[in-house]
Design a protein around this ligand. Structure first.
Ligand SMILES: *Cc1c(COP(=O)(O)O)cnc(C)c1O
Length: 430
């Protein structure tokens, strides 16, 4: 054990980790492109892009140079009463990528805060307009972050039970499948007709934390259409889905309807520095304009609009302007689709799903079979032993890699996954 690891165990409290039983964390001392290098000399392919954020690979020189140049100009400055060129540039470039009504960019620090800001915008929009509304609609299984507002609109239960008494009330719609879509749309319309709904929040087309669960473009379009019809404001939480992850800049580019507010983070800076953005239409923004100061959006963070993070985000946008980035995204998607066709008939594959650079394999757990209750930990350990850092969501093993991942690295993931599935086959025969 290296020195650092000893110190880690003494003083560090890790996220989403039962510190008593969790295995020792890997000590990563270097990262380049799609590979993480550990202190003990081992190497791991970063299959989940370091918690879904790293889109261009680690140690990207263009981003590194942008951060360092920015540091020599201005590292940080208060963002109320002051501004700086990189925030201006970023806001301009982001709004240019989004549909026309999106004109105003509010800065914060991460995905959860981007969602908090969106929720505040929605609630205050209605109070500012003199018609307060408090109800919110969300989807079962949703994940929007770990702060209180974001938890309130997310899946209740296991992960946040101790906090549940403090959540505001939210109506949840079942997760859409081809069978229940029409029923859900009818339910939604009944709710919207009460005229009590301030807004609806959605992860468009795919729920990340729920297990890379996908639903149809037509359902999304119909639901948003209904919301618009009844003046319910629509938030798209694109924290996970933006930046090519689903094959386009934004998941909303797959549909003909547009939200009123969009939340961005994760891959925004190339996954290099924390930054969150809540982008609103002019219609939302104008509801906050008044001679009355209390009608302003009275929200902010110490590091709001951090220039280094903005510089990283602008540099990441430069990389997205290169054709090569999109070629890589499409190359990964083709590889996923080819592999999906190969394994979806495997007896231990319940379902294989692909959207853009995301491939998710839902493992058949065989109800009542205790062996499988530990499938997540077994898969995690098995992939690590084989040089792949994969963090499954329950019985869902997925890969959402940095776009620079090489074909041989993708194939390694595929080979190891097949070996893992075959191992399950052997185990159940005993
Ligand atoms: C990760 C995630 C968040 C929260 O972002 P953090 O930066 O972890 O706070 C919110 N929404 C979605 C869809 C996410 O995937």
């Amino acid at each position: 054990m290296s020195d650092t690891l000893g110190k880690d165990q003494k003083h560090v409290w890790h996220p989403f980790t039962q510190m008593q039983t969790a295995p020792q964390p890997l000590e990563i001392i270097r990262a380049k492109d799609a590979v993480l290098y550990a202190a003990d000399g081992k190497e791991f392919i970063d299959c989940n892009s370091s918690w879904w954020v790293n889109v261009h690979g680690h140690g990207n020189e263009h981003i590194g140079k942008a951060i360092s140049e920015q540091f020599s100009k201005i590292d940080h400055v208060i963002f109320a009463g002051a501004t700086h060129p990189k925030a201006e540039e970023l806001a301009k470039r982001i709004t240019a990528l989004l549909p026309v009504p999106f004109q105003k960019v509010f800065f914060s620090d991460n995905g959860s805060t981007a969602v908090e800001v969106a929720l505040k915008m929605v609630f205050q929009y209605w109070t500012n307009n003199g018609t307060p509304k408090t109800r919110i609609l969300a989807l079962d299984g949703a994940y929007h972050g770990d702060t209180f507002g974001a938890m309130s609109v997310g899946q209740r239960g296991y992960f946040n039970a101790p906090f549940e008494p403090f959540f505001f009330e939210v109506d949840f719609l079942e997760f859409p499948t081809l069978e229940n879509e029409n029923l859900l749309l009818e339910k939604a319309e009944v709710l919207f007709k009460t005229n009590e709904f301030a807004g609806i929040i959605l992860e468009p087309l795919i729920q990340g934390s729920a297990g890379m669960r996908m639903y149809s473009v037509s359902f999304l379009e119909n639901l948003v259409g209904l919301a618009k019809k009844h003046s319910v404001l629509v938030i798209f939480d694109e924290v996970m889905t933006a930046w090519g992850r689903t094959g386009k800049y934004f998941a909303m580019h797959y549909c003909n309807v547009k939200p009123d507010i969009v939340c961005l983070s994760k891959g925004l800076t190339g996954g290099v520095l924390p930054l969150g953005l809540t982008v609103a239409t002019n219609q939302i923004f104008e509801a906050f304009l008044s001679d009355d100061k209390s009608k302003a959006l009275l929200h902010g963070h110490s590091f709001t609009g951090n220039p280094l993070a903005c510089a990283a985000a602008c540099a990441s946008l430069d990389i997205f302007e290169k054709e090569e980035t999109w070629e890589n995204i499409h190359r990964i998607e083709s590889s996923h689709r080819y592999f999906k066709a190969q394994i979806e008939q495997h007896p231990f594959v319940k379902e294989a799903r692909v959207l853009g650079t995301i491939l998710a394999i839902e493992i058949e757990t065989g109800e009542g079979n205790t062996y499988f209750s530990t499938i997540r930990d077994k898969a995690y350990a098995f992939f690590l032993e084989n040089g792949l850092f994969v963090r499954p969501l329950g019985n869902i093993i997925f890969i959402n890699p940095p776009y620079c991942i090489m074909d041989i690295q993708l194939q390694k993931f595929q080979r190891v996954l097949i070996r893992f599935l075959d191992l399950l086959k052997k185990d159940t025969r005993n």
